[in-house]
Write a protein that binds this ligand. Structure first.
Ligand SMILES: Cc1cc2nc3c(=O)[nH]c(=O)nc-3n(C[C@H](O)[C@H](O)[C@H](O)COP(=O)(O)OP(=O)(O)OC[C@H]3O[C@@H](n4cnc5c(N)ncnc54)[C@H](O)[C@@H]3O)c2cc1C
Length: 431
């Protein structure tokens, strides 16, 4: 089949790779001048299979109110003047029940776990290098209340067969020696030893090169305008005065997916703004060795080879990509609080990105009610983590192959109360 992939972020690129691997003829289009230059560019670098948790959770509405008055708020909400934002927040709030949390968590863990297998296989097959490490993730708790709340996650991890360890402050230093100066600030931590880290932009760039060598054609500097449809089926993608025709179309436009589909299909993908800083390491003995998540500030600190990436914050403010210096100050405060003396002061790259977030935190993967149109979008806070599994899954669905995980509740049909066009594990797609 001739397949067009819209978007060359980490999700579009992994999808293109798996489609080419399945024998398809693939073209990828992106408005940027190269791979992964938008949200996939400078994320927090955690490939946290075990830490895959929905943002909408019991207690979050109350916390959100408290955070409005915090000095370093993990979440900020500012009306963007659209009905879309209000609708999305209402849907998010509806997902904050214990029962919805359990359903969403299982789905996230399913895709993330599968992604782990796919990434492992991809590494073996291609030898791809991306400043990756396999030393686990540690979630840091400053209060007993945070530690108690982790019990819910441990239950889900156990059920999903994901290894975890509960750490005392002394254990924290054993796992992460760089925490020696700050471990006394924590009551404990939760470690998922099989989690990984890596530079998503580097991975995407190298995988795009591998895919290109497999025959995938990348078309950069190509803004896409709209999908043309006839009788409920896509007939082409329009880019300026060009019509790009294919047998199937995969939409992987991240936060811009919902805007692109406006008037054709409503999908609840909203841009959740976040920030990161990247700093050069001054003293490796004081630096992190993997990823740590400070539960109080919801900030992740990740070690690359000779750099530290610090990412976090969630702002519900629409498609606003201005850099707010107060967020840089928070990120610098957190890394200096955890790892004093680890980074070179002043030498910092500040960045912002828009996470494509669904209200149930689960990505949208699969066929749609529109003929020839497939979605791979809405990966929110964990797109790097879930990219390989999502790409492989969609490639199998499009190829009409048996999928290795259940996918009937992952497509856009879940918002419309029908899963008829999807697959269950081991069954063949009927898109
Ligand atoms: C601060 C921050 C920290 C994060 N940390 C982590 C982390 O530690 N681990 C993790 O797993 N995930 C993390 N994420 C989330 C992760 O980065 C995203 O989920 C992921 O990058 C989404 O990838 P994508 O390919 O769907 O979107 P994108 O990377 O945004 O790709 C979409 C592409 O579509 C293109 N495009 C859009 N519209 C058009 C158009 N009209 N025409 C042509 N091209 C178009 C864009 O140019 C872009 O290249 C983080 C995100 C942020 C913001």
């Amino acid at each position: 089949m001739k397949i067009t992939v819209l978007g060359a972020g980490v999700v579009g690129i992994t999808t293109a790779y798996y489609l080419a691997r399945a024998g398809h003829e693939v073209d990828v289009y992106d408005r940027q001048s190269g791979p992964a230059l938008e949200t996939s560019f400078a994320n927090a670098g955690q490939i946290s299979f075990g830490y895959s948790s929905p943002w909408a959770a019991p207690g979050i509405p109350m916390k959100a109110i408290k955070w409005m008055f915090a000095e370093h708020p993990p979440l900020t909400i500012r009306p963007d003047g659209t009905l879309t934002q209000l609708r999305w927040m209402l849907q998010m709030w509806r997902n904050c029940t214990a029962s919805r949390y359990a359903v969403n968590k299982e789905r996230l863990l399913r895709i993330s776990n599968y992604s782990r297998q796919c990434l492992e296989q991809l590494r073996e097959e291609t030898g791809i290098q991306y400043e990756g490490r396999r030393q686990g993730t540690v979630q840091l708790f400053r209060t007993q209340q945070q530690l108690d709340a982790a019990g819910r996650d441990m239950l889900a991890l156990g059920e999903a067969g994901i290894r975890y360890e509960l750490l005392s402050p002394a254990d924290l230093v054993k796992a992460e020696p760089g925490l020696a100066a700050s471990a006394h600030k924590f009551v404990g931590g939760l470690r998922t030893p099989d989690d990984e880290t890596g530079d998503c932009h580097l991975f995407s760039t190298r995988l795009a090169e591998i895919a290109r060598n497999m025959g995938v054609r990348f078309h950069y500097d190509t803004p896409l305008d709209a999908l043309e449809t006839q009788g409920g089926t896509v007939t082409a993608v329009r880019s300026g005065n060009r019509r790009l025709e294919a047998d199937a179309y995969v939409l992987a436009l991240g936060s811009w997916s919902s805007r692109f589909l406006k008037g054709l299909l409503r999908i609840p993908v909203y841009p959740l703004k976040g920030y990161s800083i990247t700093a050069a390491i001054a003293d490796a003995t004081r630096a992190p060795s993997s990823t740590l998540l400070d539960e109080t500030y919801k900030v992740a600190v990740t070690r690359f080879e000779d750099r530290i990436r610090v990412g976090g914050m969630a702002e519900v403010v629409g498609y606003d990509t201005r850099l707010d210096p107060r967020r840089q100050a928070t990120l610098e405060m957190v890394v200096d609080d955890l790892f004093p003396g680890a980074r070179k002061p002043g030498d910092v790259a500040f960045w912002t990105g828009l996470r494509p977030k669904t209200p149930d935190s689960t990505p949208i993967i699969g066929a749609t009610p529109i003929g020839k149109l497939y979605l791979n979008t809405g990966h929110g806070t964990l797109g790097w983590t879930m990219s390989c599994g999502s790409g492989r899954l969609l490639a199998d669905i499009i190829s009409g192959r048996a999928t290795e995980i259940r996918s009937n509740d992952l497509s856009v049909h879940r918002y419309y109360g029908s899963a008829a066009a999807d697959t269950v594990a081991g069954a063949t797609a009927t898109a």
